[in-house]
Design a protein around this ligand. Structure first.
Ligand code: NAD
Length: 484
């Protein structure tokens, strides 16, 4: 049985409370390991270790810190295949996806921010002949990162890498549903010579560990990715501590297909943007808005495409749709589809637990890719995040209506626009309320660009310089040019 321990002060550590959680394999519905169930005592130990490590990490300077993070990237890359397998077992995602997306992206995150550590961020401003202002970007100190289960190592490293590169020491909490690759990352950090206490990983629930981190007075910043309701709780809990916060939250992203779109590409990509990772990517386009002239083709292609997707054992190389992350989550998705029917939606395909599976997966959390039509844009199903393999298709008649529909939810994470008219693409992209708008593409991510959401999809930006700014404090030194 896998045992996932905390990494605190460079050691693999049992939970202070001696309590353990089960680690479930979504594909089988069976427990396959035990997870340290942390609490405030473990968080306290991790903060002490991080504070002890801070002067050592600071003294190393950017060059040595960058080299250390690169060594960690090398170590992850060297274990790409076994980490992909771990991720697939732990999360239920197809191993081919973990191998080609999750783990390579974790390596890229570490390398990108290791290099970012080397950039000189000092700014200078001359105030006439009166003064010289020097702006420094100092590390914050001990910072916390909290991440979700959908892209476990990918999002964990997306936060840890800039925090470390900026010179902070870190307390990191992965999701209790997918702790295994994070545990290995902790072991690898020690093996590759990262000083003890620089990266501490504390496992456990949000209520026990996450809340203790947010409330801890010596953790000066929290970078959180997860659900919008959790983000609201974290905001409220962090406010009295004047804690720096970055919140990357939920989405209900529109995918707008105009009648002049290159339909083959649009539909092929829409199938991916609806169902990749079983629809459990915050950037999935869960609302397809189709111009009425192409609605029949869009519906036919999406239904046909969804029915062709191979649902199966995530460890099977041919599998395109794995298991949902938990039985609770599958029940939530099923309840959302039932509500869509109650709202008058037509379930054109899917809408059921998947059953045609290998024996090993008989009790796994599989759900068929589901396409729903016939719902008004303000139906709950079109307003609230489902975060599963469920997409709605809604027709529109003109550009203004498409934009109004796209902006009709409380979310504003991302959108896709499909059109061959470049003027229209530019017009529509500017008017959509979202942190990222993709034109004729989806999920193309340049790590240098700001990433985040507006409205209820988040506060602040990550990625590139934005992440380095978040994990540093600006300090201005204003020096008079003459002593008078
Ligand atoms: P979640 O909010 O339930 O949990 C996320 C993390 O927060 C977990 O580690 C959890 O243990 C912890 N947590 C829970 N309650 C907490 C609390 N009170 N205080 C501190 N920490 C707490 O989210 P999830 O179900 O793991 O992930 C799915 C959600 O994440 C979806 O809404 C999805 O859209 C969102 N997400 C957003 C992005 C983005 O970049 N915007 C990326 C991926 C996922």
């Amino acid at each position: 049985m896998t045992r996932a321990l905390h990494t605190i002060g460079g050691q693999q550590v049992d939970p202070a409370s001696s309590a353990w959680l089960e680690i479930m394999e979504p594909a089988t519905g069976a427990a396959y390991g035990m997870l340290a169930s942390g609490n405030a005592t473990d968080v306290e130990s991790a903060v002490n270790a991080a504070e002890t490590a801070l002067p050592i990490w600071t003294a190393m300077g950017p060059g040595e810190r960058a080299a250390c993070i690169h060594r960690l990237a090398d170590a992850v890359e060297a274990e790409l295949e076994s980490l992909a397998r771990m991720e697939s077992i732990d999360n239920g995602k197809p191993i081919a996806l973990a191998r080609t997306m999750d783990i390579p992206r974790a390596v890229a995150n570490l390398r990108f921010f290791a290099d970012a550590a080397l950039t000189d961020r000092q700014e200078e401003y001359t105030t006439g002949d009166v003064a010289m202002n020097t702006v420094l970007r100092d590390p914050i100190g001990v910072v916390g990162v909290i991440s979700p289960w959908n892209l476990p190592l990918y999002l964990f490293t997306w936060k840890i890498a800039p925090a470390l590169a900026a010179g902070n020491t870190v307390i990191a909490k992965p999701s209790e549903l997918t702790p295994v690759t994070a545990t290995r990352l902790g072991e690898l950090s020690a093996e590759c010579g990262m000083p003890p206490g620089v990266l501490n990983i504390v496992h456990g629930t949000g209520a026990a560990v996450g809340e203790a981190m947010v409330a801890h007075p010596r953790i000066k910043a929290i970078s959180f990715t997860g659900g919008t309701a959790t983000g609201a709780r974290i905001s409220a809990a962090a406010a009295p501590h004047f804690k720096k916060l970055s919140l990357e939250l939920g989405g209900k992203n529109p995918n707008i297909i105009f009648d002049d779109a290159d339909l083959d590409t649009a539909l092929e990509t829409s199938l991916r943007s609806s169902f990749a990772n079983q629809g459990q990517i915050c950037l999935c386009g869960s609302r397809i808005l189709a111009h009425r002239a192409v609605l029949p083709q869009v519906v036919d292609a999406m239904v046909h495409g969804a029915q062709q997707l191979r649902i199966g054992d995530p460890l099977d190389e041919q599998t395109q749709q794995g298991a949902l992350v938990s039985s609770d989550h599958r029940d939530k998705v099923a309840a959302c589809v039932a509500r869509a029917s109650d709202e008058g939606g037509q379930v054109r395909c899917g809408g059921r637990h998947a059953t045609d599976l290998p024996e090993r997966c008989a009790n796994g959390y599989f759900y068929e890719p589901t396409v729903i039509t016939g719902l008004p844009i303000d139906a709950h199903t079109n307003m609230e995040e489902i975060f599963g393999p469920v997409v709605t298709i809604t027709p529109f008649d003109d550009e203004d209506q498409a934009i109004a529909m796209a902006n009709a939810t409380d979310y504003g994470l991302s959108a896709s626009v499909w059109t061959t008219d470049t003027d229209r693409a530019a017009r529509v992209a500017r008017r959509i309320e979202a942190g990222t708008v993709w034109v004729n593409c989806w999920l193309l991510r340049d790590l240098r660009v700001p990433f985040g959401g507006i409205k209820n999809s988040g506060v602040g930006r990550e990625g590139g310089e934005e992440a380095m700014r978040f994990f540093t404090e600006a300090k201005t030194i204003c020096t008079a040019r003459s002593s008078g």
